[in-house]
Design a protein around this ligand. Structure first.
Ligand code: AMP
Length: 522
Protein backbone atom coordinates (compact mmCIF):
# COMPACT_ATOMS: atom_id res chain seq x y z
CA UNK A 1 0.00 0.00 0.00
CA UNK A 2 1.15 3.59 -0.67
CA UNK A 3 2.53 5.34 2.36
CA UNK A 4 -0.39 6.58 4.43
CA UNK A 5 -0.59 9.39 6.98
CA UNK A 6 -0.37 7.98 10.52
CA UNK A 7 -2.66 4.98 11.04
CA UNK A 8 -3.88 4.61 14.65
CA UNK A 9 -4.56 1.08 15.97
CA UNK A 10 -8.11 2.22 16.85
CA UNK A 11 -10.04 5.47 17.09
CA UNK A 12 -9.69 5.31 20.89
CA UNK A 13 -5.91 5.56 20.50
CA UNK A 14 -6.54 8.50 18.18
CA UNK A 15 -8.67 10.38 20.71
CA UNK A 16 -6.14 9.69 23.46
CA UNK A 17 -3.37 11.13 21.25
CA UNK A 18 -5.43 14.26 20.50
CA UNK A 19 -6.10 14.83 24.20
CA UNK A 20 -2.41 14.44 24.97
CA UNK A 21 -1.23 16.75 22.20
CA UNK A 22 -3.92 19.42 22.47
CA UNK A 23 -5.63 19.05 25.86
CA UNK A 24 -7.01 22.59 25.97
CA UNK A 25 -8.21 22.81 22.37
CA UNK A 26 -11.95 22.97 21.90
CA UNK A 27 -13.16 19.54 20.75
CA UNK A 28 -16.97 19.55 20.86
CA UNK A 29 -19.59 22.27 20.66
CA UNK A 30 -23.35 21.78 20.80
CA UNK A 31 -26.08 24.19 21.88
CA UNK A 32 -23.70 26.46 23.75
CA UNK A 33 -22.02 23.56 25.58
CA UNK A 34 -18.27 23.17 24.97
CA UNK A 35 -15.70 20.46 25.80
CA UNK A 36 -11.93 20.55 25.43
CA UNK A 37 -10.01 17.46 24.31
CA UNK A 38 -8.88 16.80 27.90
CA UNK A 39 -12.50 16.96 29.11
CA UNK A 40 -13.69 14.87 26.18
CA UNK A 41 -11.23 12.09 27.01
CA UNK A 42 -12.10 12.14 30.72
CA UNK A 43 -15.80 11.81 29.89
CA UNK A 44 -15.06 8.93 27.52
CA UNK A 45 -12.87 7.25 30.14
CA UNK A 46 -15.49 7.68 32.87
CA UNK A 47 -18.27 6.28 30.71
CA UNK A 48 -16.10 3.38 29.56
CA UNK A 49 -15.45 2.40 33.20
CA UNK A 50 -19.20 2.51 33.87
CA UNK A 51 -19.87 0.26 30.86
CA UNK A 52 -17.15 -2.19 31.82
CA UNK A 53 -18.86 -2.49 35.21
CA UNK A 54 -21.92 -3.75 33.31
CA UNK A 55 -19.86 -6.47 31.64
CA UNK A 56 -20.01 -5.01 28.14
CA UNK A 57 -16.61 -6.08 26.88
CA UNK A 58 -16.99 -8.06 23.65
CA UNK A 59 -20.75 -7.39 23.50
CA UNK A 60 -22.95 -4.89 21.68
CA UNK A 61 -24.21 -1.58 22.99
CA UNK A 62 -27.09 0.16 21.24
CA UNK A 63 -27.05 3.95 20.98
CA UNK A 64 -30.29 5.80 20.19
CA UNK A 65 -29.28 9.45 20.40
CA UNK A 66 -29.51 12.52 18.22
CA UNK A 67 -26.58 14.83 17.48
CA UNK A 68 -25.21 15.92 20.85
CA UNK A 69 -22.06 15.86 22.95
CA UNK A 70 -23.52 12.73 24.53
CA UNK A 71 -23.50 10.72 21.31
CA UNK A 72 -19.80 11.52 20.78
CA UNK A 73 -18.92 10.41 24.31
CA UNK A 74 -21.14 7.35 23.97
CA UNK A 75 -19.57 6.20 20.69
CA UNK A 76 -15.99 6.55 21.93
CA UNK A 77 -16.94 5.28 25.41
CA UNK A 78 -18.39 2.05 24.00
CA UNK A 79 -15.24 1.51 21.94
CA UNK A 80 -13.04 2.23 24.96
CA UNK A 81 -15.03 -0.38 26.92
CA UNK A 82 -14.01 -2.86 24.18
CA UNK A 83 -17.64 -3.25 23.09
CA UNK A 84 -19.23 -2.90 19.66
CA UNK A 85 -21.20 0.31 19.14
CA UNK A 86 -24.54 -0.07 17.35
CA UNK A 87 -26.02 3.35 16.53
CA UNK A 88 -29.69 3.61 15.54
CA UNK A 89 -31.77 6.31 13.95
CA UNK A 90 -33.66 7.96 16.84
CA UNK A 91 -36.54 8.74 14.48
CA UNK A 92 -37.21 5.07 13.80
CA UNK A 93 -40.56 3.73 14.93
CA UNK A 94 -41.02 1.02 17.55
CA UNK A 95 -41.63 -1.50 14.76
CA UNK A 96 -38.38 -0.60 12.96
CA UNK A 97 -36.31 -0.59 16.15
CA UNK A 98 -37.70 -3.93 17.35
CA UNK A 99 -36.41 -5.71 14.24
CA UNK A 100 -32.96 -4.15 14.52
CA UNK A 101 -32.61 -4.53 18.30
CA UNK A 102 -33.52 -8.19 18.00
CA UNK A 103 -30.92 -8.68 15.30
CA UNK A 104 -28.26 -6.79 17.27
CA UNK A 105 -28.71 -8.83 20.50
CA UNK A 106 -27.85 -5.85 22.69
CA UNK A 107 -26.40 -6.03 26.19
CA UNK A 108 -26.83 -2.33 26.96
CA UNK A 109 -29.04 0.33 25.42
CA UNK A 110 -28.23 4.05 25.68
CA UNK A 111 -31.12 6.32 24.76
CA UNK A 112 -32.46 9.85 25.06
CA UNK A 113 -35.04 10.64 27.73
CA UNK A 114 -37.76 11.66 25.29
CA UNK A 115 -37.84 8.05 24.01
CA UNK A 116 -38.12 6.51 27.45
CA UNK A 117 -41.58 4.91 27.20
CA UNK A 118 -41.03 3.22 23.86
CA UNK A 119 -37.45 2.13 24.50
CA UNK A 120 -38.04 0.73 27.99
CA UNK A 121 -41.00 -1.31 26.71
CA UNK A 122 -38.87 -2.68 23.87
CA UNK A 123 -35.94 -3.39 26.17
CA UNK A 124 -38.25 -5.32 28.55
CA UNK A 125 -39.75 -7.28 25.67
CA UNK A 126 -36.31 -8.20 24.28
CA UNK A 127 -34.71 -8.72 27.70
CA UNK A 128 -31.95 -6.16 27.13
CA UNK A 129 -30.05 -6.37 30.40
CA UNK A 130 -29.03 -2.72 30.95
CA UNK A 131 -30.44 0.65 29.88
CA UNK A 132 -28.86 4.05 30.30
CA UNK A 133 -31.20 6.99 29.92
CA UNK A 134 -29.56 10.26 28.91
CA UNK A 135 -31.33 13.38 30.13
CA UNK A 136 -31.99 16.34 27.91
CA UNK A 137 -31.65 18.78 30.81
CA UNK A 138 -29.82 22.09 30.82
CA UNK A 139 -26.15 22.21 31.78
CA UNK A 140 -25.09 19.23 29.75
CA UNK A 141 -26.04 15.65 29.25
CA UNK A 142 -25.74 12.72 31.56
CA UNK A 143 -22.43 11.59 30.04
CA UNK A 144 -20.70 14.83 30.94
CA UNK A 145 -20.43 14.01 34.63
CA UNK A 146 -16.75 13.10 34.42
CA UNK A 147 -15.55 16.27 32.68
CA UNK A 148 -13.69 17.71 35.71
CA UNK A 149 -12.54 14.43 37.23
CA UNK A 150 -8.82 14.41 37.98
CA UNK A 151 -6.68 11.44 37.00
CA UNK A 152 -9.44 9.55 35.20
CA UNK A 153 -7.70 7.40 32.60
CA UNK A 154 -8.99 5.14 29.86
CA UNK A 155 -9.52 1.55 30.99
CA UNK A 156 -6.74 -0.84 29.97
CA UNK A 157 -6.21 -2.68 27.75
CA UNK A 158 -7.51 -0.51 24.92
CA UNK A 159 -9.42 -2.29 22.14
CA UNK A 160 -7.37 -4.22 19.58
CA UNK A 161 -7.35 -3.48 15.82
CA UNK A 162 -9.02 -6.83 15.06
CA UNK A 163 -11.93 -6.22 17.47
CA UNK A 164 -15.35 -5.38 16.10
CA UNK A 165 -15.82 -1.62 16.45
CA UNK A 166 -19.22 -0.85 15.01
CA UNK A 167 -22.44 -2.55 13.99
CA UNK A 168 -23.86 -0.12 11.50
CA UNK A 169 -27.30 -0.72 10.02
CA UNK A 170 -27.59 0.33 6.39
CA UNK A 171 -30.12 2.97 5.45
CA UNK A 172 -32.33 0.53 3.57
CA UNK A 173 -33.19 2.86 0.65
CA UNK A 174 -33.57 -0.33 -1.38
CA UNK A 175 -34.49 -3.53 0.46
CA UNK A 176 -34.23 -4.18 4.17
CA UNK A 177 -31.67 -2.78 6.52
CA UNK A 178 -28.61 -5.00 7.13
CA UNK A 179 -26.16 -4.88 10.04
CA UNK A 180 -22.61 -4.20 8.85
CA UNK A 181 -19.78 -5.41 11.11
CA UNK A 182 -16.76 -3.10 10.93
CA UNK A 183 -13.47 -3.85 12.66
CA UNK A 184 -11.36 -1.21 14.39
CA UNK A 185 -8.56 -1.54 11.89
CA UNK A 186 -10.91 -0.96 8.95
CA UNK A 187 -12.29 2.22 10.52
CA UNK A 188 -8.87 3.56 11.53
CA UNK A 189 -7.12 2.80 8.25
CA UNK A 190 -9.97 4.34 6.28
CA UNK A 191 -9.45 7.63 8.11
CA UNK A 192 -5.80 7.70 7.08
CA UNK A 193 -6.64 6.71 3.52
CA UNK A 194 -9.07 9.63 3.27
CA UNK A 195 -6.51 11.94 4.88
CA UNK A 196 -4.05 11.05 2.14
CA UNK A 197 -6.36 12.49 -0.57
CA UNK A 198 -8.36 15.02 1.38
CA UNK A 199 -6.41 16.09 4.46
CA UNK A 200 -7.98 18.33 7.07
CA UNK A 201 -5.60 21.02 8.39
CA UNK A 202 -4.25 20.06 11.81
CA UNK A 203 -5.20 22.00 14.96
CA UNK A 204 -7.39 24.65 13.37
CA UNK A 205 -10.45 23.30 11.59
CA UNK A 206 -13.98 24.00 12.85
CA UNK A 207 -16.37 21.62 11.14
CA UNK A 208 -20.15 22.01 11.12
CA UNK A 209 -21.93 18.66 11.39
CA UNK A 210 -25.62 18.64 10.53
CA UNK A 211 -25.68 15.11 9.16
CA UNK A 212 -26.88 12.56 11.73
CA UNK A 213 -24.13 10.96 13.79
CA UNK A 214 -25.83 7.55 13.79
CA UNK A 215 -24.78 7.23 10.13
CA UNK A 216 -21.34 6.35 8.77
CA UNK A 217 -20.93 9.52 6.72
CA UNK A 218 -21.07 11.82 9.75
CA UNK A 219 -19.05 9.41 11.89
CA UNK A 220 -16.21 9.22 9.35
CA UNK A 221 -16.27 12.74 7.92
CA UNK A 222 -17.18 14.65 11.09
CA UNK A 223 -16.68 12.79 14.40
CA UNK A 224 -13.52 10.86 13.54
CA UNK A 225 -12.18 13.36 11.03
CA UNK A 226 -12.11 16.14 13.63
CA UNK A 227 -10.46 13.97 16.30
CA UNK A 228 -7.78 13.00 13.74
CA UNK A 229 -7.11 16.67 12.95
CA UNK A 230 -7.54 17.87 16.58
CA UNK A 231 -10.19 20.23 15.28
CA UNK A 232 -13.54 21.35 16.66
CA UNK A 233 -16.74 19.49 15.90
CA UNK A 234 -19.71 21.86 16.00
CA UNK A 235 -23.02 19.98 15.99
CA UNK A 236 -26.59 20.97 15.44
CA UNK A 237 -29.07 18.74 17.25
CA UNK A 238 -31.71 19.50 14.64
CA UNK A 239 -31.33 20.77 11.14
CA UNK A 240 -32.94 24.03 10.20
CA UNK A 241 -31.50 26.37 7.55
CA UNK A 242 -31.62 29.25 10.07
CA UNK A 243 -29.53 27.27 12.60
CA UNK A 244 -26.95 26.49 9.88
CA UNK A 245 -26.68 30.16 8.85
CA UNK A 246 -26.28 31.19 12.49
CA UNK A 247 -23.64 28.54 13.24
CA UNK A 248 -21.65 29.39 10.10
CA UNK A 249 -21.36 32.99 11.23
CA UNK A 250 -21.02 32.58 15.02
CA UNK A 251 -18.83 29.51 15.24
CA UNK A 252 -16.31 30.58 12.57
CA UNK A 253 -16.92 27.36 10.65
CA UNK A 254 -14.13 26.37 8.24
CA UNK A 255 -15.60 23.12 6.81
CA UNK A 256 -19.21 22.36 6.01
CA UNK A 257 -19.92 18.63 5.77
CA UNK A 258 -22.95 18.57 3.51
CA UNK A 259 -25.04 16.35 1.30
CA UNK A 260 -27.02 17.09 -1.87
CA UNK A 261 -30.26 17.45 0.09
CA UNK A 262 -28.68 19.94 2.48
CA UNK A 263 -27.12 22.04 -0.27
CA UNK A 264 -30.41 22.20 -2.09
CA UNK A 265 -32.44 23.05 1.02
CA UNK A 266 -30.03 25.86 1.99
CA UNK A 267 -29.75 27.28 -1.53
CA UNK A 268 -33.54 27.37 -1.86
CA UNK A 269 -34.05 29.17 1.46
CA UNK A 270 -35.14 32.79 1.43
CA UNK A 271 -32.32 33.87 3.81
CA UNK A 272 -29.55 32.24 1.79
CA UNK A 273 -28.58 35.59 0.26
CA UNK A 274 -27.69 36.97 3.71
CA UNK A 275 -25.65 33.97 4.89
CA UNK A 276 -22.00 34.61 5.88
CA UNK A 277 -19.37 32.23 4.54
CA UNK A 278 -16.24 34.21 5.35
CA UNK A 279 -14.47 31.58 7.48
CA UNK A 280 -15.38 28.68 5.23
CA UNK A 281 -12.69 27.15 3.03
CA UNK A 282 -14.16 23.76 2.08
CA UNK A 283 -17.42 21.85 1.75
CA UNK A 284 -17.70 18.08 1.58
CA UNK A 285 -20.43 16.23 -0.23
CA UNK A 286 -21.18 12.54 0.02
CA UNK A 287 -23.82 9.93 0.80
CA UNK A 288 -25.79 10.52 -2.43
CA UNK A 289 -25.35 11.82 -5.96
CA UNK A 290 -24.61 15.54 -6.15
CA UNK A 291 -26.16 17.01 -9.30
CA UNK A 292 -23.57 19.14 -11.08
CA UNK A 293 -25.84 22.14 -11.27
CA UNK A 294 -26.31 22.12 -7.50
CA UNK A 295 -22.54 21.92 -6.98
CA UNK A 296 -21.95 24.92 -9.26
CA UNK A 297 -24.65 26.99 -7.59
CA UNK A 298 -23.27 26.24 -4.10
CA UNK A 299 -19.71 27.03 -5.15
CA UNK A 300 -20.70 30.26 -6.89
CA UNK A 301 -22.64 31.45 -3.84
CA UNK A 302 -20.13 30.46 -1.14
CA UNK A 303 -16.87 30.89 -3.04
CA UNK A 304 -15.48 27.59 -1.70
CA UNK A 305 -15.01 24.26 -3.47
CA UNK A 306 -17.20 21.23 -2.83
CA UNK A 307 -15.13 18.07 -2.56
CA UNK A 308 -17.29 15.12 -3.55
CA UNK A 309 -16.52 11.61 -2.42
CA UNK A 310 -18.14 8.22 -2.59
CA UNK A 311 -18.58 5.47 -0.08
CA UNK A 312 -20.92 3.01 1.50
CA UNK A 313 -21.33 1.53 4.95
CA UNK A 314 -19.90 -1.81 3.77
CA UNK A 315 -16.71 -0.06 2.61
CA UNK A 316 -15.74 1.33 5.95
CA UNK A 317 -17.12 3.76 4.47
CA UNK A 318 -14.97 5.92 2.16
CA UNK A 319 -13.91 4.56 -1.25
CA UNK A 320 -12.92 7.62 -3.28
CA UNK A 321 -12.57 11.38 -3.06
CA UNK A 322 -11.57 14.23 -5.25
CA UNK A 323 -8.02 15.11 -4.20
CA UNK A 324 -7.37 18.43 -2.49
CA UNK A 325 -4.00 19.12 -4.05
CA UNK A 326 -4.49 17.98 -7.64
CA UNK A 327 -7.18 17.84 -10.31
CA UNK A 328 -10.79 17.93 -9.09
CA UNK A 329 -13.29 16.78 -11.68
CA UNK A 330 -16.87 18.00 -11.42
CA UNK A 331 -19.40 15.20 -11.71
CA UNK A 332 -16.79 12.67 -10.57
CA UNK A 333 -16.46 11.20 -7.08
CA UNK A 334 -12.70 11.37 -7.52
CA UNK A 335 -9.87 8.88 -7.26
CA UNK A 336 -9.82 5.63 -5.29
CA UNK A 337 -8.19 6.20 -1.90
CA UNK A 338 -4.63 4.87 -1.55
CA UNK A 339 -4.62 1.13 -0.92
CA UNK A 340 -8.07 0.84 -2.52
CA UNK A 341 -8.67 -0.91 -5.82
CA UNK A 342 -11.76 0.01 -7.79
CA UNK A 343 -12.84 -2.00 -10.82
CA UNK A 344 -15.82 -1.80 -13.13
CA UNK A 345 -17.11 -5.26 -13.98
CA UNK A 346 -19.84 -6.61 -16.24
CA UNK A 347 -23.33 -6.70 -14.76
CA UNK A 348 -24.03 -10.32 -15.63
CA UNK A 349 -21.14 -12.32 -14.14
CA UNK A 350 -19.39 -9.60 -12.15
CA UNK A 351 -16.06 -11.23 -13.08
CA UNK A 352 -15.04 -9.45 -16.28
CA UNK A 353 -13.30 -6.08 -15.71
CA UNK A 354 -14.48 -3.52 -18.27
CA UNK A 355 -12.44 -0.91 -20.11
CA UNK A 356 -12.23 2.77 -19.37
CA UNK A 357 -15.47 4.58 -20.24
CA UNK A 358 -17.63 1.44 -20.00
CA UNK A 359 -20.43 1.28 -17.43
CA UNK A 360 -20.70 -1.68 -15.07
CA UNK A 361 -20.88 -2.61 -11.40
CA UNK A 362 -18.31 -1.02 -9.12
CA UNK A 363 -16.32 -3.49 -7.05
CA UNK A 364 -13.86 -2.44 -4.37
CA UNK A 365 -10.93 -4.11 -2.61
CA UNK A 366 -9.01 -2.67 0.32
CA UNK A 367 -8.28 -2.88 4.06
CA UNK A 368 -11.35 -0.79 4.98
CA UNK A 369 -14.00 -3.32 3.91
CA UNK A 370 -16.56 -4.73 6.37
CA UNK A 371 -16.01 -8.04 8.10
CA UNK A 372 -19.49 -9.07 6.89
CA UNK A 373 -23.19 -8.67 7.54
CA UNK A 374 -24.35 -9.72 10.98
CA UNK A 375 -26.46 -12.90 10.94
CA UNK A 376 -26.59 -12.94 7.12
CA UNK A 377 -23.98 -15.40 5.82
CA UNK A 378 -25.57 -15.74 2.37
CA UNK A 379 -25.80 -11.99 1.77
CA UNK A 380 -22.22 -11.68 3.01
CA UNK A 381 -21.04 -14.30 0.50
CA UNK A 382 -22.91 -12.57 -2.31
CA UNK A 383 -21.50 -9.15 -1.46
CA UNK A 384 -17.92 -10.14 -0.56
CA UNK A 385 -16.53 -12.34 -3.32
CA UNK A 386 -12.86 -13.24 -3.78
CA UNK A 387 -11.88 -10.34 -1.53
CA UNK A 388 -13.95 -7.84 -3.55
CA UNK A 389 -16.90 -5.86 -2.23
CA UNK A 390 -19.67 -5.77 -4.83
CA UNK A 391 -21.18 -2.34 -4.21
CA UNK A 392 -24.41 -2.68 -6.21
CA UNK A 393 -23.58 0.72 -7.73
CA UNK A 394 -23.06 1.29 -11.43
CA UNK A 395 -20.18 3.49 -12.48
CA UNK A 396 -17.36 4.08 -14.91
CA UNK A 397 -13.72 5.11 -14.76
CA UNK A 398 -12.14 7.70 -17.06
CA UNK A 399 -8.67 7.57 -18.57
CA UNK A 400 -7.16 9.29 -15.50
CA UNK A 401 -8.70 6.77 -13.11
CA UNK A 402 -11.48 9.09 -11.84
CA UNK A 403 -14.70 7.36 -10.83
CA UNK A 404 -18.20 8.42 -11.94
CA UNK A 405 -21.32 7.01 -10.26
CA UNK A 406 -24.15 6.44 -12.70
CA UNK A 407 -26.76 4.87 -10.42
CA UNK A 408 -27.64 2.03 -8.12
CA UNK A 409 -27.84 -1.28 -9.99
CA UNK A 410 -31.38 -1.75 -8.67
CA UNK A 411 -32.46 1.70 -9.92
CA UNK A 412 -31.48 1.10 -13.55
CA UNK A 413 -34.41 0.98 -15.98
CA UNK A 414 -34.74 -1.04 -19.18
CA UNK A 415 -36.86 1.13 -21.50
CA UNK A 416 -37.66 -0.67 -24.76
CA UNK A 417 -34.48 -2.67 -24.20
CA UNK A 418 -32.24 0.37 -23.59
CA UNK A 419 -30.49 0.91 -20.25
CA UNK A 420 -31.59 4.18 -18.65
CA UNK A 421 -30.04 5.59 -15.50
CA UNK A 422 -32.57 7.70 -13.57
CA UNK A 423 -29.69 9.80 -12.30
CA UNK A 424 -29.02 11.10 -15.82
CA UNK A 425 -32.61 12.34 -16.05
CA UNK A 426 -32.29 13.99 -12.64
CA UNK A 427 -29.15 15.83 -13.78
CA UNK A 428 -31.06 17.17 -16.79
CA UNK A 429 -34.04 18.25 -14.68
CA UNK A 430 -31.74 20.18 -12.34
CA UNK A 431 -30.57 22.26 -15.29
CA UNK A 432 -34.04 23.84 -15.43
CA UNK A 433 -34.26 27.01 -13.27
CA UNK A 434 -37.69 25.98 -11.97
CA UNK A 435 -36.43 22.77 -10.34
CA UNK A 436 -35.69 22.79 -6.62
CA UNK A 437 -35.37 19.02 -6.19
CA UNK A 438 -35.84 16.19 -8.64
CA UNK A 439 -35.94 12.40 -8.55
CA UNK A 440 -36.59 9.85 -11.24
CA UNK A 441 -37.62 6.21 -10.81
CA UNK A 442 -38.19 3.26 -13.11
CA UNK A 443 -41.76 1.96 -13.21
CA UNK A 444 -43.27 -1.02 -15.05
CA UNK A 445 -44.91 -0.32 -18.40
CA UNK A 446 -46.97 -2.81 -20.41
CA UNK A 447 -45.62 -1.62 -23.76
CA UNK A 448 -41.97 -0.60 -23.16
CA UNK A 449 -41.12 -2.88 -20.22
CA UNK A 450 -40.24 0.06 -18.01
CA UNK A 451 -40.49 3.82 -18.26
CA UNK A 452 -39.22 6.71 -16.20
CA UNK A 453 -41.44 8.69 -13.87
CA UNK A 454 -40.04 11.90 -12.43
CA UNK A 455 -41.05 13.85 -9.34
CA UNK A 456 -40.11 17.51 -9.05
CA UNK A 457 -40.39 19.94 -6.17
CA UNK A 458 -40.37 23.37 -7.84
CA UNK A 459 -37.94 26.03 -6.67
CA UNK A 460 -39.71 28.66 -4.57
CA UNK A 461 -40.51 31.73 -6.67
CA UNK A 462 -39.96 29.90 -9.99
CA UNK A 463 -43.34 28.56 -11.15
CA UNK A 464 -43.04 25.71 -13.62
CA UNK A 465 -45.40 23.18 -15.24
CA UNK A 466 -44.94 19.48 -15.98
CA UNK A 467 -45.33 20.27 -19.71
CA UNK A 468 -42.46 22.77 -19.60
CA UNK A 469 -40.26 20.21 -17.86
CA UNK A 470 -41.14 17.54 -20.42
CA UNK A 471 -40.18 19.93 -23.23
CA UNK A 472 -36.91 20.67 -21.40
CA UNK A 473 -36.17 16.93 -21.13
CA UNK A 474 -36.98 16.41 -24.82
CA UNK A 475 -34.42 19.01 -25.80
CA UNK A 476 -31.68 17.34 -23.70
CA UNK A 477 -32.39 13.61 -23.88
CA UNK A 478 -32.95 10.83 -26.40
CA UNK A 479 -36.66 10.12 -26.77
CA UNK A 480 -36.68 6.84 -24.79
CA UNK A 481 -35.15 8.58 -21.75
CA UNK A 482 -37.74 11.35 -21.51
CA UNK A 483 -39.95 10.73 -18.44
CA UNK A 484 -43.33 9.27 -19.33
CA UNK A 485 -44.81 11.32 -16.47
CA UNK A 486 -43.59 14.22 -14.41
CA UNK A 487 -45.38 14.91 -11.14
CA UNK A 488 -45.01 18.23 -9.34
CA UNK A 489 -44.94 17.86 -5.54
CA UNK A 490 -44.38 20.23 -2.63
CA UNK A 491 -41.35 18.28 -1.32
CA UNK A 492 -39.65 14.96 -1.97
CA UNK A 493 -39.73 12.31 0.78
CA UNK A 494 -36.40 11.71 2.57
CA UNK A 495 -34.89 8.83 4.53
CA UNK A 496 -33.61 9.29 8.07
CA UNK A 497 -30.21 10.33 6.71
CA UNK A 498 -31.66 12.83 4.28
CA UNK A 499 -31.42 10.82 1.06
CA UNK A 500 -34.33 11.03 -1.35
CA UNK A 501 -36.52 8.03 -0.55
CA UNK A 502 -37.11 6.33 -3.89
CA UNK A 503 -39.08 3.45 -2.34
CA UNK A 504 -41.70 5.93 -1.19
CA UNK A 505 -41.76 7.61 -4.59
CA UNK A 506 -42.40 4.24 -6.24
CA UNK A 507 -45.22 3.61 -3.75
CA UNK A 508 -46.70 7.02 -4.57
CA UNK A 509 -46.51 6.22 -8.26
CA UNK A 510 -48.22 2.84 -7.69
CA UNK A 511 -50.97 4.48 -5.63
CA UNK A 512 -51.60 7.00 -8.42
CA UNK A 513 -51.82 4.22 -11.04
CA UNK A 514 -54.18 2.17 -8.86
CA UNK A 515 -56.43 5.18 -8.31
CA UNK A 516 -56.52 5.91 -12.06
CA UNK A 517 -57.23 2.23 -12.88
CA UNK A 518 -60.05 2.14 -10.34
CA UNK A 519 -61.69 5.31 -11.60
CA UNK A 520 -61.50 4.08 -15.20
CA UNK A 521 -62.85 0.66 -14.18
CA UNK A 522 -59.85 -1.33 -15.52
P1 AMP B 1 -24.76 4.25 2.85
O1 AMP B 1 -24.30 2.87 3.07
O2 AMP B 1 -26.02 4.61 3.58
O3 AMP B 1 -23.69 5.24 3.09
O4 AMP B 1 -25.16 4.36 1.31
C1 AMP B 1 -24.20 4.12 0.32
C2 AMP B 1 -24.75 4.38 -1.03
O5 AMP B 1 -25.00 5.77 -1.23
C3 AMP B 1 -23.78 4.00 -2.12
O6 AMP B 1 -23.78 2.62 -2.40
C4 AMP B 1 -24.27 4.85 -3.28
O7 AMP B 1 -25.37 4.24 -3.92
C5 AMP B 1 -24.73 6.12 -2.58
N1 AMP B 1 -23.68 7.16 -2.64
C6 AMP B 1 -22.79 7.51 -1.71
N2 AMP B 1 -22.01 8.53 -2.13
C7 AMP B 1 -22.43 8.85 -3.37
C8 AMP B 1 -22.03 9.81 -4.36
N3 AMP B 1 -21.08 10.70 -4.12
N4 AMP B 1 -22.67 9.79 -5.55
C9 AMP B 1 -23.66 8.91 -5.80
N5 AMP B 1 -24.09 7.99 -4.91
C10 AMP B 1 -23.48 7.96 -3.71
Amino acid sequence: MDKLPHVYPTVVHMLAAAAKQAPQREALVCQGERLTYAEYLRCVAGFAHELLGLGTSGRRVGIVLGNSIDICIAMFGVHAARAQAAPFNPLYTEHELRILFRDADLHVLIYAQDKRGMIEALADELAIAHRICIGNGAGGGRLNVWRDAAGLDLPQPLPAPADLATLQYTGGTTGRSKGVDLRHHAVAVNLSQREALLPARQDCERLLCVMPLFHVYAVAMCLHNMAYARGTLVMLPRYTPEAVFEALAQERITIFAGSPTLFSSLLNHQDFGHAVFTGLHLSYSGSAALPEDLLRRWEAATGVPVMEGYGQTEAGPVVSFNPLDSVRKLGSVGLPLPGTEVEIVDLESGRRPLDTGKKGEIRVRGPQLMAGYRNLPEETDQTLRDGWLYTGDIGELDGDGYLYIRDRKKEMAKVSGFNVFPREIEEVLYLHPGVGEAAAVAVPDAYRGEVITAFVAPRPGHPVTAEQLTEHCKSHLAKYKVPAQIFLVAALPKTGVGKIDKNRLRETRRAITDAVDESSGT
